[in-house]
Design a protein around this ligand. Structure first.
Ligand SMILES: CCCCCCCCCCCC(=O)SCCNC(=O)CCNC(=O)[C@H](O)C(C)(C)COP(=O)(O)OP(=O)(O)OC[C@H]1O[C@@H](n2cnc3c(N)ncnc32)[C@H](O)[C@@H]1OP(=O)(O)O
Length: 232
C-alpha cells in the first residue's frame, strides 16, 4: 500500500504470508475489550461517561484560558473546580469495590478509547477483518510543538491502535517495543485517521505495522512487537 495516498476503501485483502487467517468470531472476541463500545449498562455509568465528557471540556478550557485575563475570575473558578474535585472524590470509588466486568474493559477505562477516562480524546475504533482503523481529534491539552500533538502522545496513540490490531495474530500480548517515524507534525483539532495490522507472527511474537493520516496525508508510521504470555 502506498504510504502517501489517502486511506484506502475497505476491501477484503488476502492474508499476509505467515499471518494466521483468524476467524471473525475469534477476532471479535479478542477485540471485545476495546470495541464495539456498548451502551452504558446502568444510569450511573451513563452519568459517569457524561462526567468524563464534561471533564474533557474542562481540561481543554483550562489549557486555553488566558492568564492575562481577569485574575479574580480565574481565582474564583479555580476555587469552584477545586470544590468540585473534592465532591467527586468524596463519592464512592471503583477502587473501593470489586470491579465489574464492564469496569475492566478498555472501552471503559483506556486513556485513548475509554468512555469513562477524561484523558481519552476519545479515540474511535473500528475493525475490518484483520485491519483495525481508528480516528481521534487531539485537543489543546495534547500540544507539544505549537499546533501539533506531543510526540509521546503520537507514539502512545500508535500503541493503542496496534494493541487492538495484534488480535490479527489470534492472541493478545504486551508491547515489547514500538517504533514510530514522525514524518510530519500531527495537527491538533482535526481528525487523525489510523490503520494497523499484523504483518508477521512467529511463535509468541506478533509484529504490527500502523500508519496515521491527517486529511489523507501520511503523518506517521511505525511498527511494534507484541509478545503473548508463555502458556502455563
Ligand atoms: C496476557 C494478555 C494481556 C492482554 C493485554 C491486552 C492489552 C494490550 C494493551 C496494549 C499494549 C500495551 O500497552 S502493553 C503495556 C506496555 N508494555 C509492557 O508493559 C510490557 C513490559 N514487558 C513485559 O511484560 C515482558 O518483557 C514481555 C511480556 C514483553 C516479554 O516477556 P517474556 O514473555 O518473559 O519474554 P521472554 O520469554 O524473555 O522472551 C520471549 C522472546 O521475545 C524476545 N523479547 C522479549 N522482550 C523483548 C523486547 N522488549 N524487544 C524485543 N524482543 C524481546 C526474547 O528475546 C525472546 O525471543 P526468542 O529467544 O524467543 O527469539
Amino acid at each position: 500500500m502506498s504510504t502517501t495516498e489517502p486511506l484506502p476503501a475497505a476491501e477484503a485483502a488476502p492474508p499476509l504470508a505467515g499471518v494466521p487467517d483468524v476467524p471473525a468470531d475469534v477476532l471479535a472476541e479478542l477485540r471485545s475489550t476495546w470495541l464495539p463500545r456498548p451502551e452504558p449498562d446502568s444510569a450511573g455509568r451513563a452519568e459517569r461517561h457524561r462526567l468524563a465528557e464534561a471533564a474533557r471540556r474542562l481540561i481543554e478550557a483550562v489549557k486555553l484560558v488566558d492568564p492575562e485575563g481577569d485574575a479574580d475570575a480565574l481565582g474564583s473558578v479555580a476555587d469552584e473546580v477545586s470544590d468540585l474535585a473534592a465532591r467527586i472524590a468524596a463519592l464512592p470509588s471503583v477502587e473501593q469495590r470489586t470491579p465489574s466486568f464492564e469496569d475492566l474493559q478498555l472501552h471503559e477505562r483506556s486513556p485513548f478509547v475509554g468512555a469513562a477516562n477524561p484523558l481519552a480524546p476519545p479515540m474511535e475504533l473500528e475493525a475490518d477483518g484483520p485491519v483495525v482503523r481508528a480516528h481521534a481529534v487531539f485537543g489543546a491539552a495534547y500540544e507539544g510543538p505549537m499546533g501539533r500533538v506531543h510526540g509521546g502522545y503520537v507514539a502512545a496513540a500508535f500503541d493503542e491502535v496496534m494493541g487492538v490490531a495484534q488480535s490479527g495474530a489470534g492472541a493478545l500480548g504486551m508491547t515489547a517495543y514500538l517504533t514510530v517515524r514522525m514524518k510530519r507534525g500531527t495537527p491538533l483539532h482535526q481528525r487523525i485517521d489510523y490503520e494497523a495490522e499484523v504483518v508477521r507472527v512467529e511463535g509468541r511474537k506478533a509484529w504490527v505495522e500502523a500508519r496515521s493520516y491527517a486529511d489523507g496525508v501520511l503523518v506517521a508510521d511505525g511498527e511494534g512487537l507484541f509478545i503473548r504470555a508463555r502458556a502455563v
